[in-house]
Design a protein around this ligand. Sequence first.
Ligand code: SF4
Length: 349
Amino acid sequence: MLVCPLYETIMTLRTAANLLSCLTARRVSNTVRALAACIRAERSGTAAVAGKPHTVTIEPTNLCNLHCPECPSGSGALRRREGYMDYDAFVEIVDEIAPDVVAVQLFFQGEPFLHPRIEDMISYAHRKRLFVSVSTNAHFIDEDNAERILRAGVDKLIVSLDGATEESYRSYRVGGNFSRVIGALKALHRCRCAGIGKRCELVVQCLVTRGNEPEIPRMRALARRYGAALTLKTIQVHSLEGAQRFLPRNDRYSRYVMHGDSFRPKSPLKNRCRRLWTHGVITWDGTAVPCCFDKDAAFPLGTVTGNSYWAVWSSAPYMEFRNAVLRNRRSITMCTNCTEGLRVYPRGK
Ligand code: SF4
């Protein structure tokens, strides 16, 4: 099954309607050209680029207030410099990509609402008719700013809530405050009930772990109470210890297969990656990286700040990385623990 960030977002009619409102002839034609180039590359085994990505992730910051054990930001495993994207650099990037790109994701590593100008970022991208999504731990959303955030024009707001109780929530979201997240959901819900931000799709996203998997029905009820959709997401783990501690018992909520003392993704790891043709990722300091699995920017493909992103997109390092995946995906460790070719969001209840 085709798995790409744009597809994953088409989960509700509201999202679909918001996406449709962002389409222009140029953006549609670009998306078709990018997908066609990707399919041609898969068939020929050689990368050629036509078109630009339909989605670009722009990281506002890689700092986070929480300490989730399997997250490189939160666990302190991230080695790259910490910082915040310069707002003028953000505007330059958006100005360049907006004619061709359909969607921007204002999150990567870190908590986006730590950025002092995140509302301006949302608003600017929205004014360019981009589909704007933000994923947050919701510790910085409250009665004071919920209305402003919704009015800024966010199309999809993903609130991470990995548990229906304080105890299960804290077992993974170390340093988090369950009540604060509920407070944020209440504030957002109140605004939406008053007709503010009704077009925004509010999603409660639960990373399914061994600790919270029995609570899924309660999570569904909780999300509904605040007018949100529930999305279940499989967790990425990086070690056997992490796998044994966090992978759910129910196989349908896991992206891995356990084999005694080892684990591997359920995907056959084909030599392909659609993201490399359809989805760009830029870190807070303007480094283009292959995908959101390159959390430490271990594969920098060019600097966007002061340069054309499209020049980087079709540059020699980018092409070489695409070719490396087409030749032998398994030769790149990062590419053996990702969701390319996999379902990240399990279907059903
Ligand atoms: S880790 Fe490699 S194969 Fe997976 S999405 Fe990223 S570039 Fe593609």
